[in-house]
Design a protein around this ligand. Structure first.
Ligand code: ASP
Length: 367
């Protein structure tokens, strides 16, 4: 459902003067007309589209905030941007399905294609798997214009709820021309991080999203949106991943290395239908216990095995994952510097696109 949105302060004023019995949509129409009249006196405001998917940012006690209520929580937003919103979902991030991810990406692509005036898109998400959705969009929304993924750590019923401030920052980043070419970014706590690098580092703290050694791309300050660097790896407008051609994402599992880990876990996911396995190894690629036997079993079944590190940063060098493979087709892939869950996203898209391991290794070196 598509909605015009209205500013909170003006909506509140309207509520005080509009007689009881006039519907919310009538108020929204009056407000939209007022907003439009005010805007037409100046240059057109940047246009931003919001897809709301749920998460803590909308998880109020007694009922989740709708897309309209989220928008209304930002005072004076209608003086900064022209916007529309859609309630895509209203659930915890981890309960969205991979089919919903595909659908969301298709919808964002279609919206950019059909609306040349649109400056950017904002997506609200729960924070638990936010970085996974963000990286998926970074690889599949094929446009120069930004997608800004935003959430919050405190819910709307909590003192110090930071969701409205984060959402305002997200709108400002999505509207700003400097965000073009940045791909999908994550905005929380006034910081802009690249979807490729950002990770949730703390279960509770407000400054949980970090790009570790790489640092922020930019910040959203009260004077302006300021960028300091740009993502260099292939993404968004340069991406080869076309979600209109992907009907479904293949099963890919992540397996952790720890002392004495057993290979039967790998055998089991392969026998259950996994098309890819990401090894979150303890260091720069070494596995433990009998995991090597499980990996050999997987490769024998033509299942792609990507080696990554569980340490939080650092590269798996190319060739490392392929040790002992011989001269046949490549099923062992080095995951470069992607963390295990980001590597899973790229591997799902890679397997949905090709069954050539050398091509998949190229993708891990380029994206
Ligand atoms: N459980 C929530 C989710 O990921 C956490 C959050 O939004 O912060 O949907």
């Amino acid at each position: 459902m598509k909605r015009q949105f209205v500013g909170f302060a003006s909506a509140l004023a309207l509520l005080l003067v509009v007689p009881a019995g006039i519907s919310m949509s009538a108020q929204a129409t009056v407000q939209a007309a007022q907003t439009q009249a005010a805007a037409s006196q100046d240059a057109p405001l940047p246009k931003v589209f919001l897809f709301a998917t749920g998460g803590t940012i909308s998880n109020r006690d007694g009922g989740r905030l709708t897309v309209d209520e989220l928008i209304a929580s930002i005072p004076g937003l209608d003086r900064r941007v022209r916007g529309e919103g859609e309630q895509f979902a209203n659930a915890a991030s981890s309960s969205l399905t991979l089919d919903q991810w595909l659908d969301l990406s298709r919808r964002i692509n279609a919206r950019f294609k059909s609306d040349a005036e649109l400056s950017g898109v904002v997506v609200t998400s729960g924070t638990d798997t936010l970085e996974e959705l963000a990286y998926f969009l970074h690889l599949t929304v094929r446009d120069e214009r930004p997608v800004v993924v935003v959430g919050s750590m405190r819910n709307p019923s909590t003192l110090g709820y930071e969701g409205a401030a984060n959402l305002e920052d997200a709108f400002r980043a999505a509207a700003d021309p400097a965000s073009r070419g940045m791909g999908t970014v994550v905005v929380l706590n006034d910081e802009i991080n690249s979807a490729r690098e950002v990770t949730k580092t703390d279960a509770l703290r407000l400054d949980t999203f970090e790009s570790r050694r790489y640092g922020v791309l930019g910040v959203v300050d009260s004077d302006r949106v300021a960028y300091f660097r740009k993502p260099l790896r292939r993404h968004s407008a340069q991406s080869e991943f076309d979600v209109t051609k992907i009907a479904e994402l293949p099963r890919v599992d992540v397996i952790l290395t720890y002392q004495g880990a057993t290979g039967d876990v790998i055998t089991s996911v392969v026998d259950s239908g996994a098309k890819g396995v990401v090894m979150a190894t303890a260091g720069a690629g070494a596995t433990s216990g009998t995991q090597g036997e499980g990996m050999t079993y997987a490769v024998g079944k033509e299942v792609f095995v990507v080696t990554t590190t569980r340490t939080g940063s650092g590269r798996i060098m190319s060739g490392r994952g392929r040790r002992g493979q011989g001269g046949g087709p490549t099923y062992r892939i080095a995951g470069d510097d992607l963390n295990p869950i980001k590597a899973r996203i790229l591997l799902m898209l890679a397997i949905a696109t090709t069954n050539d391991g050398a091509e998949i290794q190229r993708m891990f070196s380029e994206y």
